[in-house]
Design a protein around this ligand. Structure first.
Ligand code: SAM
Ligand code: SF4
Ligand code: SF4
Length: 367
């Protein structure tokens, strides 16, 4: 099913360079440009969030397959030639990758990239924030699901709450102009903390974004009744704060932003109940160079192999252009459609299948 947003622009065959030498965006079968790239720099993590990485051990990507910083920067430059201008470093936990500022410096040299951002769990942030800023990182998002140390320990399996808070405190001092806090809102787990998290964010001049719980990768405990929907969040927050207004101009951003009566803003990413596939301009490269066109995609394209075999930039760009032009992915919408006909009972990928292919995990392809 194409959906009502099927575009006349679909599958356009475009040259990668325009008359003024700027890249001309390549568009997929639904007319969505290739603009935003999530680079997972490691599949390892120092936390074990129950909604993401609940097992103690995993089948890890072989070390020799993990791309060097130079390889990542080269691949990224091809993506930029095809229209990408925003890059987000993620993981696993990206700050576990040794000398990450060196990658940021390499990416900063690419004039086509207007924004280099980082999503981190914050544990190692305090010790690295200044160096990351000095290297050219523009923005930081810290994932923070609770303000209760005990709850944090139960969720993540680690006693690292205080270090995450230190990390959050270090962001402003390092010079970053703003900070986002991402919270996965889980019904019956942290749904009593929405107001506290908004107040906490306000204190640090940050903006909190509540993400609906998704049934991706290792989210073994996912079920629809644990999803705190956007509507439920708005209802609870307006009971506390009064009328909440949607801020217009969402564009291709996954978050819908809202304003409280006193002017404080926050966001909601309704990835489960109101997915934004129609505007999705993002794709993901895993630490070992697999390219995924959707968070939920089962198959990806191996970019490491041709890169290491010495494929020419033209060949690489052609392969990537063809890949994006054939993109039909709208994973979250498809899941929502299954739910409407009663076929979405739980996670769609079983644990055995996840063990066979570590790329299917959220921590391998980045959230
Ligand atoms: N380790 C880093 C972190 O936690 O910020 C970066 C990688 S993590 C996979 C990126 C984001 O994905 C985090 O904000 C995390 O909360 C989110 N995430 C992971 N599993 C999720 C799920 N099942 N539903 C919704 N968001 C999820
Ligand atoms: Fe948690 Fe991020 Fe690690 Fe997943 S990758 S377990 S969300 S810290
Ligand atoms: Fe994009 Fe796939 Fe997420 Fe939809 S489910 S918003 S297509 S990554």
């Amino acid at each position: 099913m194409k959906g009502e947003w099927f575009s006349e622009e679909r599958g356009k065959s475009l040259n990668s360079v325009g008359a003024d030498n700027s890249p001309v965006p390549v568009v997929d079968t639904f007319g969505r440009p290739l603009k935003s790239l999530r680079l997972s720099v490691t599949d390892r993590c120092n936390l074990r969030c129950r909604y993401c990485m609940p097992e103690t051990d995993y089948v890890w990507l072989p070390r020799e397959d993990v791309l060097s910083f130079e390889e990542i920067a080269t691949l990224t430059s091809y993506f930029v030639d095809l229209g990408v201008d925003k890059v987000r470093l993620t993981g696993g936990e990206p700050l576990l990758r040794r000398d990450l500022p060196r990658l940021i410096r390499l990416l900063s040299q690419n004039r086509g990239i207007t924004e280099i951002a980082l999503t981190t769990n914050g544990v190692l942030l305090a010790e690295q924030a200044q160096e990351l800023y000095d290297a050219g990182l523009h923005r930081v998002t810290v994932s923070l699901d609770t303000l209760k140390p005990d709850r944090f320990r139960r969720l993540t399996g680690r006693d690292e709450f205080a270090r995450v808070i230190d990390g959050i405190e270090s962001v402003g001092a390092a010079g970053f102009p703003d900070l986002k806090l991402d919270t996965v809102a889980i019904r019956g787990f942290n749904d009593d903390e929405l107001v506290a998290l908004i107040e906490f964010a306000r204190h640090y001049r940050a903006e909190v974004r509540f993400i609906e719980y998704m049934d991706v990768g290792g989210a073994n405990e996912w079920s629809m009744d644990k999803v705190l929907s956007r509507d439920m969040m708005l209802e609870r927050l307006s009971r506390h704060y009064g009328p909440i207004a949607a801020i217009p101009g969402r564009g291709t951003a996954p978050a819908q932003r809202y304003r409280l009566p006193d002017g404080t803003s926050f966001g909601i990413i309704p990835s489960t109940t109101a997915p934004f596939c129609a505007q999705c301009d993002r794709s993901r490269v895993t630490a070992d160079g697999m390219w995924y066109l959707c968070l939920y995609a089962i198959g990806g394209m191996d970019l490491r192999k041709p890169l290491r075999l010495g494929a020419s930039p033209e060949h690489m760009r052609q392969v990537m252009r063809d890949g994006w032009m054939g993109r039909r992915d709208r994973g979250a919408e498809v899941r929502k459609e299954l739910e409407a006909v009663g076929l979405r009972e739980g996670r769609l990928i079983g644990i055995e299948r996840l063990r066979e292919d570590p790329h299917l995990e959220m921590h391998a392809r980045g959230g």
